[in-house]
Ligand binder design. Sequence first.
Ligand SMILES: C[S@@+](CC[C@H](N)C(=O)[O-])C[C@H]1O[C@@H](n2cnc3c(N)ncnc32)[C@H](O)[C@@H]1O
Length: 383
Amino acid sequence: LLRLVATCALGLERLLAAEMTALLVREVEPLRGAVAATGSWLDVWRLNLWLRTANRVLVELGSFECADGDALYRGVSGIAAGDESWGGVGARDLFDPRATIAVRATTAGSSLRDSGFVALRTKDAVVDAQRARAGRRSEVSRRDPDLPLRLWLEHERASLLLDTSGVPLDRRGYRPAGVVAPVREQLAAACAIASGWDGLGPVVDPMCGSGTLLVETGWIALRRAPGLLRRHWQFARFPGFDAAAFERLRDEARAGELPVADLHLHGRDQDATAVAAAHQSLATAGLDGAAIVLETGDAFAMSRPPGLPGLVLVNPPWGERLGGDADSWRKLGDLLKRTFAGYRAVVLAGDPSHAKQVGLRPARRTPVRNGPLDARILVYELY
Ligand SMILES: C[S@@+](CC[C@H](N)C(=O)[O-])C[C@H]1O[C@@H](n2cnc3c(N)ncnc32)[C@H](O)[C@@H]1O
């Protein structure tokens, strides 16, 4: 079995671990900004296709004690020149000199602080091992390597990993170009998952922007695999990739989807351009068969959709416009109380003061890192 590491934004580890457990990989263990597990290559393909809150899926090729540059070189050489195999793929095939490579390094708490140097030594060790074994070496392709390697150095421990995703998993393939300040897909999915919503009733976003929360929540409700629209998979370029087996995973995913016509999506935004972008996102995401109401208008004047209560999600802009404006957060709290009684609600908020200003007691709060910003997913049960 392979040791797998899925990376994520800080704070999403617990949700990602739950996703991985549900996908039946073993020994799931949350780390910092990542979750480790063990599994097969088939699991690697499955995780890439299905994980909603992960950035990437990596395979750990080996780890070793690493106090200095020499130890780094020796450790990587040992892996690239050795005769280990990873799920049936041997080092000789994986490090085939005809494949192009790239190395990205990160270091934390190590005496080797220069990640550029660490990446360079790692690359040297790999290509020297190839020369010794095969008489030739891989070319480096920074932009589009066949074999994207990662070297993580944490204190005295180094891990050499292989990125199996390539283009990060937030690139689902439905976002129109040129959208401003959209929430990242993983964070949007995390909001829906954190809510614990049972899939009944409509999905509502009163400040929907380009519609990311509607799409991600809609896909979860339909049990649609988030990777179905993606064209690029790094693992498809590795030795041992079984295209027919991956196609079967995609077919099974499609066959397991619930009917889109049962889904009710309600979005609103004051900005007509955003509403147009949301229409486009929903269509590209294959949700145009749902019952959709998208309107241009003020969130605070939104009326309650008919029928059973469902899930309302909001990602208010906290940078500029609503920023430190306590009144807007209070109005949001009022909207939730007044219009959405009986619903579950999720607010993606920035500053901790926002939660206070909303004026409702969250049933759960999940602190997350949103790019350079601290954010929190606040879940309310409005009943
Ligand atoms: C951070 S963005 C939401 C991004 C969205 N989740 C996405 O993925 O694109 C906030 C949105 O709230 C909208 N907005 C701000 N105040 C509003 C109001 N009072 N009524 C309706 N929409 C509002 C803005 O136009 C903007 O599109």
